[in-house]
Design a protein around this ligand. Sequence first.
Ligand code: ACO
Length: 390
Amino acid sequence: MEKIAHGLEGVVVAGTHLSHVDGERGELIIGGFAVDELGPNATFEEVLYLLWHGRLPRRNEVDDLARALAAQRSLPPATLSFLRSAAERNLAPMDALRIAVGTLSLAVPQANGRRETQVALAQSLVARFPTIIAAYSRLLGGEAIVEPDARLGHVANYLYMLQGNRPDPDAVRALETYFNTVVDHGMNASTFAARVIISTRSDMVSALEGAIGALKGPLHGGAPGPALDMVFAIREHAASSGRIIEEEAEVWIRDALARDERLMGFGHRVYKVRDPRADVLGAAATKLFTGAGDRQLYTDARTVEKVALRLLREAKPERRLDTNVEYYTALLLHGIGLSTGLFSPTFAAARAGGWTAHILEQIKEDRIIRPSSAYIGENHPRWSPLEGRI
Ligand code: ACO
């Protein structure tokens, strides 16, 4: 029988110009730049241009792109009306985002075979992710929706629509670093889902909906909320038991591992060393928590991380489990003032840049993704009629 590549581990399914993940060396290249160069220095508009056009933009090009994105932020009435009903039913934010993105088919331009029309479509979709997420977050909180402000950049405007006041420049820089850092990451599950869908010559909106569905799971983009919940739970237990955080983390994590639970924010399919994005976000979080934020939470999270790494090594000596991007995502986004329910949708808003770039690449490749399976079921010699079955 053929060898089955469970989880497609190690299977190379596409050539890409977008990003390169070196799991052994712990390196990530996005659009030709190391993530620690790109993350803290670029604007998200520059990164989008880089991924969509394959080179860094000149001043006028990035200004044009920023204007085009800003001009397309508002939502069609049907999307707003859906978000209102979803908030009444308290739908999970990732589900609301997935369905709302589907309704954008009512508003976005039609694309044909020409690349410019596909890029224009990508722009108009990526432009609206933050508006959907912010509007939904405010509706869930019983607050009035904040209209987008075209004078603000993509990321600053997202924070403005979420929080309703002029965003603090340090918070914007931290969030922009986050967006840049997670914008693309090789053939991850949600990107693969998007590429599979578009490879059938389906449409970009469908591909994005599929990607959001894949990102939502706790083994992928759903991890940062639970990662922070773990730190909060350990702090609460410590407060009631009188133990210091390090001791409480030891008890809590040992218990979790004994129950065969996975620690969220640790381990990665590709990285066998520390996820380089954890360092970029860790540095951004350090800056943010030094300037403002809950410094004690940051210190406690570092303590929990140290204990988790030690106990993971002890529990799984044959595996190389290290901190992944989600652990510091949780800390950074919390430090910026985002609630845990916003972590995965914010990841989606950033990753939409990578998804659309991969979709454009796959459209160009124009070959349906259709792997094979090995049949491991039974073989019956004859059909058995209903009456004779036992
Ligand atoms: N905590 C405890 N044990 C773990 C963890 C973890 N975080 N991660 C892997 N393991 C264990 C598994 O239980 C398994 O043990 P076993 O062989 O005794 O059954 C073994 O290590 C599997 O390890 P891998 O083969 O390296 O893991 P895989 O490639 O299947 O999964 C994944 C990778 C899904 C990320 C996993 O490490 C995990 O579940 N981590 C927690 C969730 C998380 O943080 N997800 C975000 C990933 S980053 C991103 O998607 C943006």
